[in-house]
Design a protein around this ligand. Sequence first.
Ligand code: HEM
Length: 264
Amino acid sequence: MRVSILTRSIDWASLPARALRAANQRYFVLTCITSLLAVLPIAILGWDAANKSLGPNPLERLLRAPGRWALILLLIVLLATPLRRVLTHVMRKTGIRYGRRLADWNWMIRLRRPLGLASFFYAVIHVGWYVWLDLRFNWDELIRDLSNKPYIVAGMAAFLLLAPLAVTSTDGWMRRLKRNWKRLHFLIYPAAILAVLHFVWLSKEGVRDPYDYALALAVLLGYRIVALWLRLPEIMESPGGEAVDGGVRVGATERRDSNVGELS
Ligand code: HEM
């Protein structure tokens, strides 16, 4: 379908395909947009704090909101790989012309790095505010919390697992660690499990919210296990691996075989 606007004509039918191509080619722009969106929740929190409209329990909101966003972003990172595969499958089955190759959705895989960093950013704020606003830097209190509250232990463990992933997320560390980089970044799975446990354990009985997150994580991990069992090639890609033109960049090398046979 072509529509003429003055002298220019827009081919509406090819717009989605062009948008996908642009997303794959303009990674920097996409990263900037994603990063801006990812900092929106903290900007809103800051705005509400400045206007003294944090609600009836400001401390609780300040502490809990970043924790919630850290977890949401972590789950989005884990969603990228299965979603890419499902979308490719749907496009093929429905005969839609665009998005039929895994490589068409590479931008999703590449966005995992900024999203993962955003998740860690929120975790740092969450933990920082806990130590500052809740504990008032009383380290004895922290030791007491760690020995009395299992949910604090789970949160701390999740945080300690996420920290090396954030530090080593640069291209330099990818090159230095080579294959070990992939191994290291599998820590995202225990980190996500511990973060969900943290949420479940801290919540009052009867609150459904944390179980929704637990279910989402179970589905995402279930996908990984089934894919591993069916030996889907892409499962060999680590959650932080970066897809490049239908392959996966691991350290300084590009493994182009990961999506071999995916082109239809
Ligand atoms: C040293 C590490 C951590 C400590 C000490 C900690 C501590 C806390 C505390 C004190 C609360 C509020 C409990 C309450 O209000 O009764 C909380 C809530 C929460 N934390 Fe953490 N946390 C840690 C790490 C993490 C990490 C790494 C994540 C996620 C990746 C996370 C996700 C959450 C979530 C989702 C909530 C509940 C938010 C809500 O109810 O909306 N926490 N955490």
